[in-house]
Write a protein that binds this ligand. Structure first.
Ligand code: GRG
Length: 303
């Protein structure tokens, strides 16, 4: 059992991701077949199978395993998380929103299939994510599955991603956005789904109220840290490294954490949030090593 937070460096995250990522990729690949009308299924698969870090499904599986659940029973929910994440990226990239040409190193969905099909591919992925959890989760009591569906619904609705995106759009072009508003945006737009990944994985394994409270704090902290690092990378990384257009926040004069606090302070705040996140996991002992290492990865990542 780790006695201090620094002992978590002993965990081999590279190997963990090398093992787990292909499992997730294979499950995602098997989740959607191309049938008539082919164009919509191809568009859904184009973005779903375009790569990406697969951080959300991995967090879901790691949280389930933390509490003694097994990967197989959490895999449909893990895939659903990636479907929801992918649909949010497709819609975020549309001309009516962020208007991006590249994502995950490829042309964005609407650039390939047109705005109409991209909107529908996002809608279809969102609906299918819930169907997939309900229909594919095996060996888990129905009331746990119901809790997962309700939690994910809350995380993506106006209470979560959609609400965060609306406030983000409202803030466009405003120079006087406060740190509180920025935090509201990112807790809803980014952290809510990451939190749902962790909590739903835990719910599938039978989490109790104490687990939920600890894991929710863990996930919200890493979610906010994730967005702070995202804002920093928008300034410091290249478009090639990011797989999407770098420097967009600066070009749009968007208020971000680095624009409010500077890069160094922002990095420090992200590291503090990760340390607080990891502190929530101490009582789980070695079982928490993957989630601890994933928290560290959030601030160390380069894309
Ligand atoms: C959810 C119904 C519904 C609609 C979507 C467009 C929208 C509403 C919300 C925007 C959500 C959004 C795009 C948040 C940004 C989150 C973020 C930092 C994405 C980048 O995640 P990574 O780096 O990407 O994990 P990869 O490609 O690695 O998966």
């Amino acid at each position: 059992m780790p006695q201090t937070l620094t002992e978590t460096v002993a965990f081999n995250l590279d190997k963990y991701l090398r093992d787990l990522k292909p499992e997730v990729e294979a499950a995602l690949d098997a989740s959607i077949a191309v049938i008539y009308p082919e164009k919509i299924y191809e568009s859904m698969r184009y973005s779903l199978m375009a790569g990406g870090k697969r951080l959300r499904p991995i967090l879901c599986l790691a949280a389930c395993e933390l509490l003694g659940g097994d990967r197989i029973s959490a895999m449909p929910t893990a895939c659903a998380m990636e479907m929801v994440h992918t649909m949010s990226l497709i819609h975020d990239d549309l001309p009516a929103m962020d208007n991006d040409d590249y994502r995950r190193g490829k042309l964005t969905n609407h650039k390939v299939y047109g705005d109409d099909i991209a909107i529908l591919a996002g809608d279809a992925l969102l609906a299918y994510a819930f169907e997939f959890i309900a229909g594919q989760t095996k060996g888990v009591p129905a009331e746990r599955i119901l809790k997962v569906i309700a939690h994910l619904g809350h995380a993506v609705a106006a209470t979560g991603l959609v609400g965060g995106q609306v406030v983000d759009l409202e803030c466009e072009g405003k120079p006087d956005v406060t740190a509180e508003t920025l935090t509201f945006i990112h807790i809803h737009k980014t952290a809510a789904l990451l939190e749902s990944c962790v909590i739903c994985g835990a719910l599938l394994a039978g989490a109790n109220d104490t687990d939920i409270k600890r894991l929710s704090t863990y996930a919200n902290n890493i979610g906010l840290a994730f967005q702070i690092i995202d804002d920093i990378l928008d300034i410091t990384a290249t478009s090639e490294q990011l797989g999407k257009t770098a420097g967009k926040d600066l070009a749009a004069h968007k208020v971000t954490y680095p624009s409010l606090w500077g890069i160094e302070t922002s990095q420090q705040k992200a590291e503090d949030l990760v340390a607080q996140a990891k502190a929530q996991l101490i009582s789980y002992g070695d079982a928490a090593l993957p989630l601890m290492a994933l928290a560290d990865y959030i601030t160390a990542r380069k894309n």
